[in-house]
Design a protein around this ligand. Structure first.
Ligand SMILES: [Zn+2]
Length: 99
């Protein structure tokens, strides 16, 4: 689980998933209000999120599945990736350059 770089409090799974962190890689800490950024390492791993869209697309094309299957399958993978991401999230008080 992510730990606030400022107050060292651990964010809960819920706070991480429902924060804006997932979408914008920055969010205010629910405990101290300090703005926290996803670390560069975390954002690099976030690239795997993209795979959650690409993998189902390949499966659908490969096996000629329907679009509905793609949507359902993609949603499931996306939710699994989202659900697991708080476990590897690391926070930083500064916005780190990606490279
Ligand atoms: Zn904090």
């Amino acid at each position: 689980m992510p730990v606030c770089d400022n107050c060292k409090k651990k964010w809960t799974w819920r706070e991480t998933v429902f924060s804006k962190l997932m979408l914008s890689s920055k969010a205010a800490c629910p405990y101290c209000g300090e703005k926290q950024y996803a670390s560069a390492k975390t954002r690099k791993r976030g690239g795997f999120m993209v795979l959650s869209v690409i993998i189902p697309m390949f499966v659908v094309l490969l096996f000629n599945f329907s679009m509905l299957f793609y949507i359902v399958f993609g949603m499931i993978i996306f939710m699994v990736v989202m659900g697991l991401s708080p476990f590897y999230y690391e926070l930083s008080s500064k916005e780190e350059p990606l490279w």
